[in-house]
Ligand binder design. Structure first.
Ligand SMILES: Nc1ncnc2c1ncn2[C@@H]1O[C@H](COP(=O)(O)OP(=O)(O)OP(=O)(O)O)[C@@H](O)[C@H]1O
Ligand SMILES: [Mg+2]
Length: 239
């Protein structure tokens, strides 16, 4: 159940855009084209939960291996080694062709470590293997509801195909999610710049502006005091 309590995402600057964080229990869609930093955003969420709030977290990936995600995170100063050993975090990878036991397995891991935070990176991978849109919707809804029943706050990442409109590949994810955050990578003249926008957040107010963010050696940093502008004539979004 979503409450008024906020859950910090742990990305510097982003919580300010969200009036403190996302409502506890929300299913949050994090959408963006390739390389916008979705996976790094998610590592902040799990790492901050485990280290700052003592909230265990589960990171389920379909494409990138847990080893690669953890070693990238280490480059940004997030060391998951001890957290994994202490069962504060659990990384697991699923082959999207074999997801039959995924929900039951995920549920038992959530219970085992008493997880409060869950990441599914990315739901677009699941979509590849569920051709029918209605089946994908059912699968996503079932997964989101079973995680929600366990009281977790969840980030689902979604890939946006470059050059397309909408904030998800299947046009399904944004309706299942309670909140949606979109990462943009846009070209202004000869340079690319990154911007983030809270697309929707059920039951609460939030910044409606587009704010710049950077990926630095400390990970993702959002600048909530600054606005990102796009000159439609001179720039183009990569989605
Ligand atoms: N040390 C660093 N300094 C600055 N930028 C970096 C650094 N390491 C990675 N990046 C940026 O982060 C991007 C990768 O971030 P991430 O893997 O989170 O993206 P993603 O949205 O999950 O991508 P995909 O859609 O491929 O899964 C790289 O494309 C690069 O631009
Ligand atoms: Mg990724």
């Amino acid at each position: 159940m979503a409450t008024n309590e906020r859950v910090s995402i742990g990305v510097p600057g982003l919580d300010e855009m969200l009036n403190g964080g996302v409502p506890r229990g929300h299913t949050v869609l994090l959408a963006g084209t390739a390389g916008t930093g979705k996976t790094i955003f998610c590592t902040h969420f799990i790492y901050t939960g485990a280290t700052k709030y003592k909230e265990p977290g589960v990171f389920l990936s379909f494409e990138e291996s847990p080893e690669s995600i953890k070693s990238n995170a280490l480059n940004f100063g997030m060391d998951f080694g001890k957290l994994e050993n202490n069962k504060m975090t659990k990384f697991l990878r699923y082959d999207p062709y074999n997801i039959e036991d995924m929900n039951t397995n995920l549920e038992s891991i959530i219970r085992e470590i008493n997880a409060q935070r869950v990441v599914i990176d990315s739901v677009s991978a699941m979509e590849f293997y569920v051709r029918e849109n209605t089946n994908f919707r059912k699968l996503l809804m079932g997964m989101s509801n079973s995680i929600k029943k366990l009281g977790c706050t969840t980030i689902l990442t979604s890939e946006i195909m470059a050059g397309t409109h909408g904030i998800s590949r299947g046009g399904v994810e944004e309706f299942i999610a309670d909140s949606a955050i979109v990462l943009y990578y846009n070209r202004i003249g000869s340079a690319f710049s990154r911007a983030v926008q809270v697309w929707k957040m059920r039951g609460t107010s939030h910044s409606e502006k587009l704010h710049p963010y950077k990926i630095t050696d400390k990970g993702v940093v959002v600048f909530p005091e600054e606005e990102a502008f796009i000159d439609e004539k001179r720039s183009s979004y990569r989605h």
